[in-house]
Design a protein. Structure first.
Length: 202
């Protein structure tokens, strides 16, 4: 929600598409910024995406080892992907978890809704928590090169971040979200246990 003291939104004077590639588009806009200044802005238009934090009890995350050509590296990541035309975010998350990692989940919760890099792209990513997961056969798409699917304890995943073994931004965010979520569950379970524990007579 915008702050009441913030200037109004930008006003678009003109727009044109410079290039289109599959679901992605590069647009050029002439705009009047909220400050009143005119500027030319290039935007990589994106249909939106999802990232899945899949938890296997007690405290394991499902990570995939994937080759990313733009990075020229193999990266450890959470399963993720781009929305197909007309696809709802949760349906996309279910599809990507199945395709990339070979899992299905019975319980889905939206953890976060954020922009990945608002300085140049409109990409909006939803982060989903997947629970009650069970294994099925994975079926990656033709351009997805996945060498390994691994169960990693959440605290080990945090160490991988600190050691530089995990370098993907959405995955780093998802791992810390998972750690916070699991910590809350532990606190709740501990509180319930204490409430049920017989109290000594006064």
């Amino acid at each position: 929600m915008p702050d009441a003291a913030e200037p109004k939104e930008a006003r678009i004077l003109s727009s044109k598409t410079l290039a289109t590639c599959g679901p992605f588009r590069l647009d050029e806009h002439e705009v009047i910024l909220p400050t009143g200044r005119q500027a030319r802005i290039f935007v990589a238009e994106h249909p939106g995406s999802v990232v899945i934090v899949a938890i296997k009890p007690p405290f394991n995350l499902i990570l995939i080892r994937q080759y990313r050509f733009p990075a020229r590296e193999w990266l450890w990541e959470l399963p993720a992907g781009t929305l197909s035309p007309g696809e709802e975010p949760e349906a996309c998350a279910r599809r990507e978890l199945s395709e990339e990692a070979g899992y299905e989940a019975d319980r889905w919760t939206l953890l976060a809704d954020f922009f990945t890099a608002p300085g140049f792209t409109s990409e909006r990513m939803r982060m989903f928590l997947a629970r009650n997961i069970h294994k099925i056969a994975a079926h990656p798409e033709a351009d997805e090169v996945i060498s390994e699917v691994k169960e990693v304890p959440v605290e080990e995943a945090v160490r991988w971040i600190r050691d530089g073994k995990i370098r993907d931004g959405k995955t780093i965010a998802g791992i810390y979200e998972a750690r916070d979520f699991l910590a809350q569950i532990q606190m709740t379970d501990t509180q319930k246990h204490l409430e049920k524990k017989p109290q000594p007579p006064a």
